[in-house]
Write a protein that binds this ligand. Structure first.
Ligand code: 6PG
Length: 242
């Protein structure tokens, strides 16, 4: 069954953060009610920071069943966990440091392993060990993603070999115009999700958002089509401009 797509256009970045945070809280509540736990993969980049801050503050912080929430990252830069460019570091500052999520529920990519290949293989083992699978592929309840001006999402960059990965769930990847070697979820893992949520803001993203909405295959985000899941786009008016 192909998934459904919902597009929510907020009047401002603040409203995008409010609506997207509400959706995250609702998705967590539904997953915990249905299965007793929730697996969420967080996005890197700057757009989600405001959403994480709302999840880390009343009222949402106090209604989310954090003990039943397991947190992961859809991609990570191969830098130390306390590095300013670390996606884990950003989420720790904006969210993890402010909510009672048990440390054992925080599943970060162990970049201290150094070699991106080793980091990716280790993280795939972590995902496979802790995220319930359907048909052999771990199924996240929610994967939060961003969208780069080049159409990349997570660290799946246009033209990269990672786009053709059909069996591995986490692979090393990078591109010369983005900082640091990275590891990233692959399309098989993204497309096994029950829900994928894109958070995109700013007029600079309007052209690539329009292309993604029209299914332009050159836009990596166009290839995120969960086989049995929903896709939600949280946009501000500027990003939805076209
Ligand atoms: C990363 C992110 C990346 C990001 C987009 C959008 O590690 O950089 O995973 O995919 O989501 O580049 O970033 P902004 O939200 O900062 O525009």
């Amino acid at each position: 069954m192909s998934g459904t797509r919902t597009v929510v256009v907020a009047s401002s970045l603040d409203e995008l953060h409010r609506r997207s945070a509400q959706y995250v809280a609702q998705t967590i509540a539904a997953a915990v009610a249905a299965r007793g736990r929730c697996a969420v993969a967080l996005s890197g980049g700057s757009t989600p920071r405001g959403t994480y801050a709302l999840l880390a503050a009343p009222p949402l912080r106090d209604v989310i069943p954090w003990a039943s929430v397991h947190l992961y990252w859809g991609d990570e830069r191969c830098v130390p966990a306390d590095h300013a460019d670390s996606n884990y570091h950003m989420a720790h500052e904006a969210l993890l440091a402010h909510v009672p999520v048990p440390p054992g529920n925080v599943h970060r990519a162990r970049t201290e392993l150094g070699n991106p290949e080793a980091v990716a293989a280790d993280y795939e083992r972590e995902v496979r060990a802790h995220v319930g699978a359907d048909d052999g592929v771990p199924r996240f309840d929610l994967i939060m993603l961003g969208l780069g001006p080049d159409g990349h999402t997570a660290s799946l960059f246009p033209g990269s070999a990672a786009l053709d990965e059909a069996t591995r769930l986490v692979v090393p990847n990078g591109i010369d115009y983005m900082p640091h070697p990275r590891v990233t979820f692959t399309l098989p893992l993204l497309n096994a999700a029950r829900a994928v949520q894109f958070l995109v803001a700013g007029a600079g993203k309007a052209p690539v958002v329009a292309r993604a909405m029209n299914g332009d295959p050159a836009v990596v985000a166009s290839r995120v089509c969960p086989t049995d899941g929903v896709v939600r786009w949280d946009l501000d008016r500027a990003a939805a401009g076209e």
